[in-house]
Structure formats: structure tokens, C-alpha cells
Design a protein around this ligand. Structure first.
Ligand code: NAD
Ligand code: UGA
Length: 475
């Protein structure tokens, strides 16, 4: 009886926000292992292989250095899914699991189409014994489906070429913008499964840089449910603090003071209680919807409704902020120009998935405003896709527009002749905006709406701006 499967080659199916950085860190920490990241998206793979590291498909601080050091040494990006699977001893499935848009569970359940397709590819092309790992976030008991597909392709005993599988769950807890640090210094590594030998093989990989006591093992279903639960808890804290922000604005309490006072209680802690326009990102909403679907499936309606409120408050908060902006600007923003500072769902990422900026910008455009959008990392094409509207180009900047948007390369360009600056993402550069310069460029009365509480509002006020801050008593 072996106590370990030797791992020479790892394959990761899905070269996205998780697959790319996760495999880069494994390659860096385990130089003795060959790591192949494969994807059906040719453009993505081309960009992972681009010599110009600015073109990597994922922006993460520190990622470019690892790619530079490991790419084509022991880290490879390819569209050759079939060969990569054949060569691998261990396969991570790290494909997208978006919310279903049609059929049973539409709008709630995860669409497992990509997981099933990649599992079938593994079943078809894998050789010898292969450890298959769920890296994607999946509904509880998905491992059952994966096992069934794989087992049906296993070789019968006595046949010449043996093909067998072990299935593990190893959910990823990295957050975008700090992915490399999160991967290199995880709070915990969670491995779910019932095959001790496979668990040991995966543990040995993590042990190259993670202390053994941080690697915890559970059964498959606990591992799958822990991932959904962690995201639901984090999102719940944000909805909680955002709901309290609204009370602060009405009562004269200050959300920072409240958040600090509450967070100093060790039992509560100070993380994930920063008020914001609402949580975005590809996963919180999707994973809570998934949890809600699971509750409904098991007839737990009250539990489903409890988690649904976390999402409802998030939506409500975005619309609430949009309404406040209109209200402060004399009840109409039609024919007004508003500068949007920040479009990504959080700082230090170019990812805009579920960004609160999308809903707030759509609301403002719908009200007739023209938006001048600036973000240090998000490009024009991405914003156009998110807003479902092309930018206005080649127009005279003094022309009065209504319900349009255009892309700006600097904060100053966006601020020119605008009535308000609205900070939606907490990019560090917004801490130190040059208010003496910006205020002169704007139309009077000029407003600052700071939904992240990061701007130097005293300075903005000093230069004659009116200021609205989330969670504070305002003018
Ligand atoms: P993503 O959309 O950025 O990447 C997924 C990639 O998988 C895409 O490039 C897609 O082309 C590829 N793919 C799909 N089917 C394929 C197939 N059959 N063969 C080869 N490639 C295929 O998604 P992501 O953000 O990396 O998320 C992946 C999973 O990880 C999701 O389940 C998500 O919930 C989870 N997760 C994401 C994060 C995050 O921060 N983004 C963090 C933790 C967990
Ligand atoms: C989140 C989790 O933090 C990760 O652990 C998890 O792996 C990941 O989801 C996932 O499963 O995809 P991510 O969405 O990348 O990571 O980023 P977060 O830092 O969690 O931020 C999510 C959103 O919450 C952002 O819009 C952020 O601005 C907002 N947020 C965060 C707040 O509004 N307040 C806070 O105090 C913290």
C-alpha cells in the first residue's frame, strides 16, 4: 500500500484569476514540479505568454515577478488541454462557475457546465492514477458528480492500462488585489476528501511553503460548504456595516468611529467592516445565491431568506447612493457632468465583475448625466462592456451631452468642467488628490461624493468643494 502519489507534473484547467496566480505560486515554491496551466481561451493564453508583462490577463501586485522567474522554466501556459491532462499526475479544476442564466435554478444555482466539460476531458485523456482537485467554488456535493464522471471512465481491473482517480476539494480563499500575498501566506489551506494518500500528496505540495498546522483536512462536503460559508460571512459583515452607515447619516453618528469602536472587540475584529458603495467581485453574490439555492433545495426557506437579505441590502445601498447624488445636485443630473473615480470592484485589480460602479454608473446615466470615467487599471473596452454602452468619442468637450459616458486617462481630464467627483474605488492615488488643481477645473458649486472615505475631505472643503461622505452627517 503506497503512502504517497509522486507528483512530477501538475495541470490546471482554467487560466483565470484563480488558476493563473495560484499555479504561479505553486511553480515558484515547488521548482521540482512542472506546472502547466491550460485554457480554451486563446487570447488569455497568448497574454499569459506575452513578453510584455503589462499585458498579463490578470493584474496582481507581485505576479509579474513570479511569471518572469518561472515562465518556461517550470510554469507553462498552453491551449493544449488534451496533452496537458495526459501528462499530469495532479489536475486542478479552476474553471468559472457563474450563476445559471436559464433552466432550473436560473438566477441562483451555479452553472456547472464548465466543470462538467473539463471533468469529461479529464476522464477521457488522463493516464494512470490522477488526483483531481476541485479548486473552483462549487455547490455542496459537486464532488459526487465529478467522481461519477471519472469513475465511469476508470479502467476495469485486469485491463492493461490502468486509469484511476482520487477526487479532493481544495477551495481557494485568495482575494483579488492581494492574491500573491494571500497565496504565499494563507490563513489556512483546506483539503476535503476521503483518500488519505491523495490528501498526503496535496499536503506535501503545500508544505513546501505553508506550516503543517495551517493545512486542515475535512470531509468533501464540509470543505465545499466552508468555502460558501466563508464568503457569505464576509459579505454579511459588509452589508451589516453599510446598513449602519445609513443610520449614521441620519443620526449624526460617524461610521468610522462606530466601526472602530465595534471592531476593537476581539470577538468581532476589525476586518471587513469598512463601509463602501457595496461589495462587488465575481464571487460574493454568486456564492450567496448558490447558498440560497441550496437552502431552498433542502426546504430551509427561513435560512434562504436570512442570506437573501445580505444581497438585498447590497443592492439597496448602491441605489441609495445614486439617489443621494441626484438629490444633492438639486434633484436633477440631466445635462450635468460627473467624474467617476474608480471602476474596478476594489483597489489593486483590473477586475470589474459585479463592481458597484456598474450599477451606480448605470443609474446616473439613466438619470441623464454624462460620466467622465477614470480608473488606473480598467480600460475603455471593459467599461463599455459593463455599461452595455459605447463611449462617446470625438465630441467637443464644451458640448452638452445627456446620458453618455467617455473614458479619461487622468483624474484631471475627468474633472474638467464637471459638477461632481464621485469616488467609487479605494485606489491609493485617491488619498492624495490635488484638490487645489481639481477644484479649479470644476464647475461651481462643485461636489465630492466619497463612497470609500479615503479622500482628504478637509483639503477639498478648503478649496471650496462641498463634500458628502458615506456614513457621516453631511451638508
Ligand atoms: P475566470 O473566469 O477568471 O477563469 C476561468 C477560466 O476557465 C476561463 O479563462 C475559461 O476560459 C476557462 N475554462 C472554462 N472551461 C474550460 C475548459 N473546459 N478547459 C479549459 N479552460 C476552461 O474565473 P476565476 O475568477 O478564476 O474563478 C474560477 C473559480 O474559482 C470560480 O469557481 C470562482 O468562484 C472561484 N474563486 C474565484 C476567486 C477570485 O478571486 N476570482 C477566488 C476564490 C475562488
Ligand atoms: C473575496 C474573499 O475575500 C476571498 O476570501 C474569496 O476567496 C474570494 O472573494 C472569492 O471567493 O472569490 P474578493 O472578492 O477578491 O475576495 O475581494 P474582497 O477583498 O473580499 O472584496 C470584495 C468586495 O467587498 C469589494 O467590492 C470590496 O470593496 C468590498 N469590501 C471589502 C467592503 O466593502 N468593505 C470591506 O471592509 C471589505
Amino acid at each position: 500500500m503506497r503512502d504517497n502519489y509522486p507528483i512530477k507534473t501538475i495541470c490546471c484547467i482554467g487560466a483565470g484569476y484563480v488558476g493563473g496566480p495560484t499555479m504561479a505560486v505553486i511553480a515558484k515554491k515547488c521548482p521540482h514540479i512542472k506546472v502547466i496551466v491550460t485554457d480554451i481561451n486563446e487570447e488569455r493564453i497568448k497574454n499569459w505568454n506575452n513578453k510584455n508583462l503589462e499585458r498579463l490577463p490578470v493584474y496582481e501586485p507581485g505576479l509579474d515577478k513570479i511569471i518572469m522567474a518561472c515562465r518556461n522554466e517550470n510554469l507553462f501556459f498552453t491551449t493544449q488541454v488534451e496533452n496537458s491532462i495526459k501528462e499530469a499526475d495532479m489536475i486542478f479544476i479552476s474553471v468559472n462557475t457563474p450563476t445559471k442564466t436559464r433552466g432550473i435554478g436560473a438566477g441562483m444555482a451555479s452553472d456547472l457546465n464548465w466543470v462538467e466539460t473539463s471533468t469529461r476531458q479529464v476522464a477521457r485523456f488522463a493516464k494512470d492514477h490522477t488526483i483531481v482537485i476541485e479548486k473552483s467554488t462549487l455547490p455542496v456535493r459537486t464532488a459526487e458528480t465529478i467522481k461519477q464522471i471519472l469513475v465511469s471512465s476508470e479502467s476495469q481491473s485486469g485491463s492493461e492500462n490502468t486509469k484511476t482517480f482520487s477526487v479532493l476539494s481544495n477551495p481557494e480563499f485568495l482575494a483579488e488585489g492581494s492574491a500573491i500575498n494571500d497565496l504565499e501566506n494563507p490563513d489556512r489551506v483546506l483539503i476535503g476528501g476521503d483518500d488519505d494518500v491523495a490528501i498526503k500528496s496535496l499536503t506535501n505540495i503545500y508544505k513546501c511553503w505553508v506550516k503543517e498546522e495551517k493545512i486542515i483536512t475535512t470531509n468533501l462536503w464540509s470543505s465545499e460548504l466552508s468555502k460558501l460559508t466563508a464568503n457569505a460571512f464576509l459579505a454579511q459583515r459588509i452589508s451589516s456595516i453599510n446598513s449602519i452607515s445609513a443610520i449614521c447619516e441620519k443620526t449624526g453618528a460617524n461610521i468610522h468611529e462606530v466601526s472602530k469602536a465595534v471592531g476593537l472587540d476581539k470577538r468581532i475584529g476589525n476586518k471587513f467592516i469598512s463601509p463602501s458603495p457595496g461589495f462587488g467581485g465575481s464571487c460574493f453574490k454568486k456564492d450567496i445565491l448558490n447558498l440560497i439555492y441550496l437552502c431552498k433545495y433542502y426546504g430551509l426557506e427561513e435560512v434562504a431568506e436570512y442570506w437573501n437579505q445580505v444581497l438585498s441590502i447590497n443592492n439597496w445601498n448602491r441605489n441609495r447612493i445614486s439617489r443621494i447624488i441626484v438629490d444633492k445636485l438639486f434633484g436633477t443630473i440631466s445635462n450635468k457632468k460627473l467624474a467617476i473615480f474608480g471602476f474596478s470592484f476594489k483597489a489593486n485589480t483590473n477586475d470589474t465583475r459585479e463592481s458597484s460602479a456598474i450599477q451606480i454608473c448605470k443609474n446616473l446615466i439613466e438619470e441623464g448625466a454624462t460620466l467622465a470615467i477614470y480608473d488606473p487599471k480598467v480600460n475603455e473596452d471593459q467599461i463599455a462592456r459593463d455599461l452595455n454602452q459605447k463611449p462617446k468619442v470625438n465630441f467637443n468637450k464644451s458640448e452638452i451631452l445627456s446620458g453618455e459616458w467617455y473614458f479619461c486617462s487622468t483624474p484631471e481630464e475627468a474633472a474638467k468642467r464637471c459638477d461632481a467627483i464621485i469616488i467609487l474605488t479605494e485606489w491609493q492615488e485617491f488619498n492624495n488628490l490635488n484638490w487645489s488643481k481639481l477644484s479649479v477645473l470644476m464647475r461651481k458649486p462643485s461636489w465630492l461624493f466619497d463612497t470609500r472615505n479615503i479622500a482628504n475631505y478637509n483639503l477639498a472643503e478648503k478649496y471650496g468643494m462641498k463634500v458628502w461622505r458615506l456614513g457621516s452627517e453631511n451638508q
